[in-house]
Design a protein around this ligand. Structure first.
Ligand SMILES: Cc1cc2nc3c(=O)[nH]c(=O)nc-3n(C[C@H](O)[C@H](O)[C@H](O)COP(=O)(O)OP(=O)(O)OC[C@H]3O[C@@H](n4cnc5c(N)ncnc54)[C@H](O)[C@@H]3O)c2cc1C
Length: 291
């Protein structure tokens, strides 16, 4: 450990109301800690700037998955294990269940939360492309009340978000409107477990009379934020999937992303793999094959 515990304080008020009151007292002073799988890595490395931590782990208001007729409401304190074992999530939002099963190892899946993945805001995070293609919305809470924002646009730049310093993510809502879609997800990394993605994709779509009717594609690890490929989607909708459309999709996707060289990969490799993943999804969509 490169940090000294005597330099830190951790409180656990135990209710949502008391946590948001604490955050409001001096916005930015207190850092929420949920599963701690990102926060404690910074702590262990001596790179955690926050000295005051407030635990939101086990706040009952932030746990649980509520299935309503029109949407599924996920508490941000849900762990990956809870997500991948949930029957409705697995059936209706398989890309999220799949991403949960890719994240770290089993210990990490028992402790890491969806809310932590969102607010930690890594462009390589596994669950975030799935939230983009499923049109997730976030309910944010503070002493000022609640506001609901689309998840698309929540990340404003590398590791920055629209979350105010006194706010918590309270709910992640997913509309139940994707039955009959082909769902496609893949993570390309150095290993199957305990590897951060070099590139990952979440995509879904459906055909109507042989043409692309509605298609949604998001990639991780190819830009400062998890990226929905809006231009590529526009170029595809209404078209028949043939070799010229595949070439167009590859080129448009490559022009939309902004990959970089880093310790895990190179921009060139990421660009090539991203195009391959988009093509693989479209070939599956044409035959109705989920991956
Ligand atoms: C060994 C290991 C392997 C990993 N592998 C992967 C992987 O394969 N894929 C991947 O995507 N990630 C991976 N991670 C990263 C991490 O597990 C995830 O990002 C996880 O989802 C973080 O959740 P947490 O609850 O532990 O967050 P914490 O560490 O508790 O918090 C992270 C950030 O989110 C904030 N936060 C948490 N909940 C809320 C909330 N409700 N409202 C407002 N702010 C909140 C905290 O203040 C903090 O800034 C790995 C981490 C480790 C240690």
């Amino acid at each position: 450990m490169r940090s000294d515990p005597r330099d830190y304080q951790l409180v656990a008020p135990g209710t949502l109301k008391s946590v948001v009151s604490l955050l409001a007292e001096e916005p930015g002073k207190w850092l929420p800690i949920a599963g701690g799988t990102d926060v404690m890595v910074l702590y262990a490395a001596g790179h955690l700037p926050a000295r005051n931590l407030v635990s939101i782990w086990n706040l009952p208001e932030l746990r649980g998955i509520e299935v309503l007729p029109g949407e599924v409401r996920i508490g941000p304190g849900c762990t990956y294990t809870e997500l991948r074992e949930h029957e409705v999530i697995s059936r209706e939002f398989p890309l999220l269940a799949r991403a949960a099963s890719w994240t770290g190892g089993i210990a990490n899946q028992n402790r890491g939360t969806l809310g932590g993945n969102i607010v930690n805001a890594s462009p390589a995070a596994d669950s975030l492309p799935a939230l983009l293609v499923y049109d997730a919305e976030l309910s944010l809470v503070s002493v000022r009340g609640e506001r609901r924002v689309p998840y698309l646009g929540f990340h404003t730049g590398y590791k920055t978000t629209k979350l105010a310093a006194d706010e918590l993510v309270q709910v992640i809502s997913l509309p139940r409107q994707f039955s009959g879609y082909v769902h496609h997800g893949r993570k390309v990394g150095a290993r199957n477990a305990q590897a951060i993605a070099k590139v990952c994709i979440a995509a879904l779509g459906r055909l109507a009379e042989g043409r692309v009717d509605d298609v949604r594609i998001a990639l991780g690890s190819v830009a400062p934020v998890p990226l929905r490929l809006i231009e590529t989607e526009r170029a595809l909708n209404g078209k028949i999937i043939d070799s010229s459309l595949l070439a167009l999709a590859r080129n448009t996707a490559a022009s939309e992303i902004r990959p970089i060289d880093d310790i895990r990969s190179t921009a060139r490799y990421r660009s090539w793999v991203a195009s391959n993943l988009v093509e693989e999804f479209l070939l599956g969509l044409n035959t109705g094959a989920n991956i």
